[in-house]
Design a protein around this ligand. Structure first.
Ligand SMILES: [Fe+2]
Length: 369
């Protein structure tokens, strides 16, 4: 089995008395969360209608696709991304262009900018690509590297972050992550902007968050899972559509894994098969998420992807009293399948305190020997 390294940042809670996974760091977090950074800490880039909030994610099942997303604040156009493999600069025939799909939304008294999503497929594996969006003085250029071809011995390094928000601590977390040169893609386990902590879910905080994380999200794919702070369900202000801002802003390649919702889907990358679940969508028997997961687990080929990783937001194991038992219904529903299919790693967020455990099944330690 190939080496697959996990760079753990703010993450995951998996611990009960019987399943103690030990300690790896003397770090103890502060008792209280820090305040949100002031608005406009991350201003829009200079230039008329300059693209901002740039982020990428995997755009297909096996890693040869990328979804490039950005926001233009004033007008739709330009709606094109041009891209080329490193080393092909100046050779016009090697430049490709793709048009974006554009969406906008209203939320209470907020009107979004033009949100672009451009899907590129058929890229070469293990190749650095540059891409450019915007035009003239507003043009901006970024780059990413595609993963190696799927295979059992392919090393790859993921970062893991959840519950990032946009506080002074969030800033330190992202800075710490980016200081590590090993991580090649991010597994994000939900709760992005915390815009809903502000009056009327101030959606300008979604824009602020997009600009805050761009320094990483524009250059390496962040694999998105939705948390409770993505719900933005607020009937008191007549916002009755769950996940509205999130679904407009963060696209996922869900159809590539035959999912019917962007909130649950699967990708394969290097030596890992990664399944993303939604803690806040229906998951009982007969529901779309349930039937999809049952099929997807049967498709896992350990000879190609020996690592089976699940991302979800609300942890199934957690020693804190905060959010206690919130993940229990999903655990009862899906854990027997996870045991049967030998899921290697479950990453969750939600409780802002790092914990980990060895393998557990139905609240007890599992002996894997
Ligand atoms: Fe949460």
């Amino acid at each position: 089995m190939g080496a697959l390294w996990m760079v753990a940042m703010v993450f995951v809670l998996l611990n009960i008395g019987l399943c103690n996974g030990g300690k790896t760091s003397p770090y103890v977090r502060k008792l209280y969360a820090s305040d949100d950074l002031p608005k406009d800490t991350f201003p829009s880039p200079p230039g008329f209608n300059a693209p901002e909030q740039v982020h990428i994610t995997q755009g297909d099942y096996d890693g040869r696709g990328v979804i490039i997303s950005w926001v233009t604040p004033v007008m739709k156009h330009p709606d094109v991304v041009s891209y080329w493999a490193a080393g092909a600069e100046g050779k016009h025939k090697h430049k490709h262009t793709v048009h974006s799909v554009i969406t906008t939304y209203k939320y209470y008294n907020y009107n979004s900018g033009y949100i672009h999503h451009a899907t590129i497929k058929g890229l070469e594996y293990d190749t650095k690509y540059f891409y450019e969006i915007g035009q003239g003085n507003s043009a901006r250029q970024f780059h990413f590297t595609t993963p190696p071809k799927i295979g059992p011995d392919v090393p790859y390094t993921f970062g893991v972050i959840g519950d990032l928000g946009q506080t002074f601590d969030s800033y330190e977390t992202l800075k710490h992550y980016m200081a590590n040169p090993k991580a090649q893609a991010m597994l994000f386990v939900g709760d992005l902007s915390y815009a809903d902590d502000h009056p009327n879910h101030d959606n300008e905080r979604w824009d602020e968050w997009g600009r805050f994380v761009e320094k990483s999200t524009a250059y390496q794919p962040w694999i998105w899972a939705a948390g409770n702070h993505e719900l933005d369900f607020a009937p008191e202000i007549e916002e009755n559509v769950p996940f509205k801002p999130y679904l407009h802003r963060y696209h996922t390649p869900y159809q590539e894994s035959q999912s019917t919702s962007p909130l649950w889907y699967s990708i394969r990358r290097a030596s890992a098969h990664i399944i993303v679940l939604s803690s806040y969508s229906a998951f009982a028997i007969y529901t779309p998420q349930y039937t999809w997961l049952e099929k997807e687990l049967s498709k896992v080929n350990r000879a190609e992807t020996p690592w089976l990783i699940v991302l979800l937001h609300s942890p199934w194991y957690n020693s804190n009293s905060y959010h206690y038992m919130e993940g229990e219904a999903m655990r009862v529903t899906f854990e027997p399948w996870f045991v049967q299919h030998k899921v290697d790693l479950v990453f969750a967020g939600h409780v802002h305190s790092y914990e980990r455990s060895v393998s557990c099944s139905n609240l007890h330690l599992v002996d894997l020997c």
